[in-house]
Design a protein around this ligand. Structure first.
Ligand code: HEM
Length: 546
């Protein structure tokens, strides 16, 4: 169990992201049902089926929240009771467990009651109870000063996220069921107003929390917490751009109900995808100490500039034997041989003890990132040329398979196939686990996209795999952790990975819109994603760890 604590720590961030997503969709769908679907039902042809569909989304999200929160409590209880040897009954009386159980009770009640003849006020009260319990597991609960106002601000923030992002699945459902311009205008107008209220909640509370938890510009760029809020702000601005595009289209619909609404739906799909990525960033954010609490070990602008100064990429690799772990293992092997004993392992994945590192390890990792940069740069350029009409370049997705093999062999030299640690044992190390997941993602979307482009697969839903997995890869990269003891070095690496994650999300969303929009919109976004891959390649080529 102790060897799984690191992995559990990482899995709890992913689970928290899913919990926040389920909560936002449940509350968002509930508000959509009560503030849009029900009041507008008499004026909408498929009014009843939109009502039933929205209630179904509330129920599914409530049950998903119940499941995620239950798993979260189980995971945290297992880790706590095994690491601090406390009886489970004691751990279940902790604040996080009580708040979690309150969320589960409210979610269960909502799942049972939604769609039945119950007063709206009761459903709203249950939603409010769930939201209140959710704020009790945020940083605000741990603050000594201004706890109540911060709890209210956290609640406002999560409410804003639910109204705007959480309501999108219902909005998409309504748009897909309505068949006339008048109906689209009604739904679009009401949802635009609700989204604006959501945006206002998010911005006001986001700024208040940034002042309370970050407190200075240096806290913003010099701490992991600040950088993650920065990533959220970047995605928020992208969302605002899409939201503004939809607002303008709804205004056109008001003037002319014959206005085509395909873009409204496709932008809403893209908004939801980016919103999901923000939930992953938020989950990663809440697992980091607020910037105001990290006054030491902050990174300065000078250190950031120095680390990102362009240098010629490292295209030659150090020997595997020169790596710190290989040398330590050799020492231990020689010693054990002298004593005719079984050699001790130099590193045990999941033990919580970071593996040794040296200049050779840094060179090895830089070499990996630089060659990965060469691969991704080539992919971006060939995809661009293919998009501009060079047919022979259509096989560019095959380069992803080359990249996957390269990363599988070289990402983790301490583990199989290059190192002594077995494949399955190595998965206890969070960083190795994440690298293996990334390799798998790259193989799947590389193969699918190649089959789509080379003509083996019709460009139908199969073509969705590449953009969706690219977005997922970007979201996972936002939660990527490094087992590096030095906080500063860890942040300097994160400062490189965060733009890679954001460009991955942008590229995936742009490819999705290329598939779903009509020209000329599809042609414009069709240039955005290859360019984002070119930029990812260039950032990787300048990646440094020292
Ligand atoms: C659509 C945009 C956004 C969404 C959907 C969103 C969503 C969320 C969610 C769900 C959380 C709570 C996570 C948790 O405690 O479980 C959160 C936390 C946070 N958000 Fe946002 N957010 C958005 C934009 C922003 C913006 C623009 C800012 C800054 C100006 C911001 C600042 C923060 C901060 C500081 C926290 C952490 C609170 C803490 O440490 O407990 N967010 N966000």
């Amino acid at each position: 169990m102790n060897l799984l604590v690191d992995l559990f720590g990482y899995l709890s961030i992913l689970l928290h992201a899913l919990t926040v997503t389920a909560q936002s969709v449940m509350l968002g769908a509930l508000l959509f049902l009560l503030l849009l679907a029900r009041p507008l039902a008499p004026q909408l042809l498929p009014g009843e089926s939109i009502l039933r569909g929205a209630a179904r989304i509330v129920r599914i999200a409530a049950l998903a929240l119940l499941l995620c929160e239950g798993l979260m409590i189980a995971l945290q209880t297992a880790v706590l009771s095994s690491t601090v040897e406390l009886p489970v009954s004691n751990v279940l009386q902790a604040d996080f467990a009580l708040a979690g159980m309150a969320k589960m009770a409210a979610a269960l009640a909502i799942a049972v009651l939604v769609g039945r003849r119950v007063p709206d006020a009761l459903l709203l009260l249950l939603g409010l109870a769930e939201l209140a319990a959710a704020t009790l597991t945020t940083h605000a609960q741990a603050r000594l000063d201004h706890r109540l106002p911060l709890l209210l601000v956290e609640g406002l923030h999560q409410l804003g996220a639910a109204i705007w992002i959480g309501g999108l699945p219902c909005f998409l459902l309504a748009l897909s069921q309505v068949r006339d311009g008048v109906g689209w205008r009604l739904v679009g107008r009401r949802y635009s107003l609700m989204s604006m209220a959501g945006v206002a909640c998010i911005v006001l509370s986001g700024l208040a929390m940034s002042v309370a938890y970050i407190g200075s510009w240096q806290g913003f760029y010099g701490t992991a917490y600040g950088v993650m809020v920065g990533a959220k702000v970047a995605m928020f601005l992208l969302l605002l751009g899409l939201g503004a595009g939809n607002y303008r289209l709804v205004e056109r619909l008001r003037a002319d109900p014959r206005t085509p609404v395909n873009r409204l739906r496709r932008f809403a799909e893209a908004e939801f995808a980016i919103g999901l990525c923000i939930f992953f960033a938020a989950a990663s954010l809440t697992s980091a100490p607020p910037a105001v609490d990290l006054v030491q070990d902050r990174v300065s602008l000078h250190e950031i500039a120095q680390r990102n100064m362009p240098v010629w990429p490292r295209l030659a690799s150090p020997e595997h034997d020169a790596l710190a772990l290989s040398r330590l293992q050799k020492q231990l092997d020689d010693e054990a041989a002298r004593r005719a004993q079984q050699p001790a392992p130099a590193y045990v994945p999941g033990s919580g003890v970071a593996p040794p590192s040296s200049a050779a390890d840094i060179a090895w990792s830089e070499y990996n990132h630089h060659w990965a940069g060469v691969f991704v740069l080539a992919i971006g350029l060939l995809a661009l040329l293919n998009g501009l009409g060079w047919r022979a370049a259509r096989h560019w997705p095959l380069l992803f398979l080359g990249l996957a093999v390269f990363l599988f062999i070289r990402s983790d030299p301490e583990a199989w196939p290059l190192g002594p640690i077995g494949f399955f044992a190595s998965l206890r190390d969070v960083e190795i686990f994440q690298h293996r997941v990334f390799v798998l993602l790259i193989v799947v979307f590389g193969l699918f996209e190649w089959r789509v482009r080379a003509g083996g697969l019709a460009p139908t839903r199969a073509a969705w795999v590449f953009p969706l997995l690219t977005i997922a890869g970007g979201a996972l990269l936002l939660t990527h952790t490094h087992t590096i003891a030095n906080v500063k070095d860890q942040l300097l690496i994160e400062l490189t990975h965060t733009p890679l994650a954001l460009l991955g999300i942008l590229g995936g969303v742009a490819r999705w819109l290329e598939l779903r929009l009509e020209p000329p919109g599809s042609r414009i976004v069709g240039l955005v994603w290859p360019i984002s891959f070119v930029l990812i390649g260039l950032i990787l080529l300048n990646y440094r760890e020292a």
